[in-house]
Write a protein that binds this ligand. Structure first.
Ligand code: SAH
Length: 217
């Protein structure tokens, strides 16, 4: 049932309070998260009530939807401005995609798992979210649509994918969890040709960024 009931809106409000308690103070990001019906992204209505707890969730095909806190932090670090072109690697459930759309971005998102790609491609428009979705290998980025204002990677990258970095505009921001087993949330701001300012924002655990399966892009 694709419904957003008062019960869900109430749970979402509580989730926003918890995010604030954890240090997410970005009003725009909180408002965007407040508008996305997270319970509709799990593909299974029996989980609906769990959707607003700050937990990662299995969404099939061995993949997870990221914690609300992780989505909030990555969205904040991207500093999304209306109309910006954003590349997302790891569409997954499409939840992070929806949050970026709510922030006013144009989103290009890549997923390497065909089943998940197919499901999310149906789901997003059915609940009012229009993104450009690609089945392919995120390591390659989307050269045909580059450069991007911002790039967000939502799987754990064992090392920095150079091809993706090269698709960033000047002054653009890449937000990427870097590391093999555990990841450090890292941002790279492009400050010149082949020049980047790097910052780190704590430890996280993502599903791994995998190579060479999809041949879409
Ligand atoms: N943004 C998602 C997070 C999903 S988990 C959400 O909000 O639900 C990360 C996703 O990255 C998984 O779906 C996984 O299949 C995908 N992924 C892993 N390696 C990838 C790659 N090389 N290219 C594209 N997607 C990849």
């Amino acid at each position: 049932m694709k419904e957003d009931l008062p019960k869900h809106r109430g749970l979402r409000k509580k989730m926003l309070t918890r995010l604030q308690e954890k240090g997410i103070l970005d009003e725009e990001v909180l408002a965007a998260i407040g508008r996305v019906p997270r319970h509709l992204f799990h593909f299974d209505s029996t989980f609906a009530d769990k959707a607003y707890e700050d937990i990662a969730f299995q969404i099939g095909d061995g993949q997870t939807i990221s914690h609300p806190y992780t989505v909030a932090l990555q969205s904040h670090l991207l500093n999304v401005q209306k109309g910006e072109k954003i590349l997302e690697i790891g569409t997954g459930s499409g939840y992070q995609t929806a949050v970026l759309l709510e922030l006013g971005a144009k989103v290009f998102s890549i997923e390497r798992q065909k089943n998940l790609f197919d499901k999310t491609k149906l789901l997003l428009p059915s609940i009012g979210y229009e993104a450009k979705l690609f089945y392919g290998d995120g390591y390659k980025g989307l050269p045909a649509f580059a450069p991007f204002d911002k790039i967000i990677v939502t799987c754990g990258a064992p090392e920095l994918p150079e091809l993706i970095l090269g698709q960033l505009k000047l002054s653009g921001i890449l937000v990427i969890p870097l590391g093999a087993k555990e990841q450090i949330m890292t941002t790279f701001v492009k400050i010149g040709d082949n020049q980047y300012h790097k910052e780190e924002f704590g430890d996280f655990r993502f599903v791994p960024m995998l190579q060479n399966k999809a041949k879409g892009n």
